[in-house]
Design a protein around this ligand. Structure first.
Ligand code: PLP
Length: 440
């Protein structure tokens, strides 16, 4: 008998509902994944009861002998997997990890961060004006070329002119390989720190299907819950190059995380990160990473056959960005209709988008979660076909530009979509296929 069921029926029911949803749909949000039951066991363990402010062997509370071992194990596994001399595993999540790096190295309102523009696929914490990173620091964004690619010449020109203290590379919505070597050369020319935020592609790097930034960046941050398949969390790594540039870098980062930004670390989360890292050391993880990319490439090629316009014309990693403007369908409408068909992805801005962020022109989708369930090329072909059928079904639904008309339109559109027979029949087929692939 479930203890939760007797203690809190409402939460129990909601969790069961969410579990059912996760089983029945195709989760294609590229930043999501399914953790293993081993990771969840660590996450739900007694380690959640402990307070352990400080670092191993230097805690502010008693009773941390076991926690010290857990944290040191997580650090040792990360160091080995990434080939770095230092790692901090205490940041609560990706955004606090990036915040800690800025707090460690920058003077607020004076120093400058240069990162990929949010509207072009950068993360909020890479200097977006709506985030602390753009409010408390000076920023200079870089964009993508009109082909949707990183333009290293332009980035170098801007960096030399603006002289940012930190250059951030890494993205939230970039479907291609990132040339970390070029970024490293640019940062060295300018004298900047290079921060590689590999949150999205960390599993691909460990799996050997995306180059690693470790030889070129001074600091590497990553979330642990995306392609790495761990719990929500993050790691901050300092490379040999980073220590050479600033021998105090590791101390500065440790101090920025605690006591600078956080209190006690989430020890259950640290243990779960350690488990995920152990799983990522296994040979099967390499196969998994390879299959993520293979699936993404096949899906991209199939979508192109249906006339979809892909930003950068394809995908080298786990992610695809579709510009729907040639299909005359808005990204928000597409994401809604696809969810009604049990295909879950997100609306997303495309480079030089003329639409507002809530109604962007594109959608973003990826293969990490589906690959965890064991889906392969055959399933990707079916999915491309379903995506095309759904988009064809809502073609011609024009989103009014006027705000009030837009909200009235939405209400009617939503009702129409959930009653659409074609979409309902696709939803049934999708669910049937999804249920053939179990969750880990
Ligand atoms: C590149 C990148 N960095 C940082 C983050 C922030 O992670 P979190 O949502 O855990 O704060 C994300 C999240 O999507 C991301 O894509």
């Amino acid at each position: 008998m479930s203890k939760l069921k007797t203690t809190d029926q409402e939460i129990y029911k909601l969790i069961k509902q969410e579990e059912k949803r996760q089983k029945e749909v195709l989760e294609m949000i590229p930043s999501e994944n399914y953790t293993s039951s081993a990771v969840m066991e660590a996450l739900g363990s007694v380690l959640t009861n402990k307070y352990s402010e400080g670092y191993a062997k230097k805690r502010y509370y008693q009773g941390n002998a076991v926690i010290d071992e857990v944290e040191l194990l997580a650090e040792a596994r990360a160091k080995k997997l990434f080939g770095v001399p230092y790692v901090n595993v205490q940041a609560y999540s990706g955004s606090p990890a990036n915040t800690a790096v800025y707090f460690a190295l920058l003077t607020p309102l004076k120093d400058k961060i240069m990162g990929l523009n949010l509207a072009f696929g950068g993360h909020l914490t890479h200097g977006a004006s709506v985030s602390f990173s753009g409010k408390y620091f000076k920023t200079v964004p870089y964009a993508l070329s009109k082909e949707g690619l990183l333009d290293y010449e332009e980035i170098e020109k801007t960096a030399l002119k603006e002289k940012p203290q930190i250059i951030v590379c890494g993205a939230t919505a970039y479907p291609r390989i990132i040339d970390f070597k070029k970024f490293g050369q640019i940062a060295d020319k300018v004298g900047s720190y290079l921060l590689a935020d590999i949150s999205h592609i960390t599993g691909l790097i460990i799996g050997g299907v995306h180059p690693s930034p470790v030889a070129y960046a001074h600091i590497v941050t990553t979330t642990t819950h995306k392609t790495l398949r761990g719990p929500r969390g993050a790691m901050i790594m300092v490379t040999e190059k980073g220590i050479k540039k600033n021998p105090d870098l590791t101390t500065l980062i440790d101090k920025a995380v605690f006591p600078g930004l956080q209190g006690g670390p989430h020890d259950n989360q640290t243990a779960a990160i350690a488990v995920a890292l152990k799983e990522a050391e296994m040979p099967e993880f390499k196969k998994y990473a390879k299959q993520i990319v293979l699936n993404s490439k096949v899906l991209a090629a199939e979508l192109i056959k249906f006339g979809f316009k892909l930003v950068s014309n394809g995908s080298d990693n786990h992610l695809i960005l579709i510009d729907l403007s040639n299909k005359k369908v808005n990204g928000a409408l597409a994401a809604y209709a696809l969810e009604a068909a049990n295909i879950v992805l997100n609306k997303n801005a495309v480079p030089n988008d003329i639409m507002p962020p809530f109604y962007p022109s594109g959608i973003r989708l990826g293969t990490p979660a589906l690959t965890t369930r064991g889906m392969k090329e055959k399933e990707m072909k079916k999915i491309a076909n379903w995506i095309n059928e759904v988009i064809e079904q809502i073609k011609g639904e024009e989103l009014p530009t006027n705000r009030e008309a837009r909200s009235a339109f939405w209400k009617v559109f939503k009702k129409k979509v959930v009653r659409d027979e074609k979409i309902l029949s696709i939803a049934k087929e999708v669910k049937k296929m999804a249920l053939n692939f179990s969750l880990p």
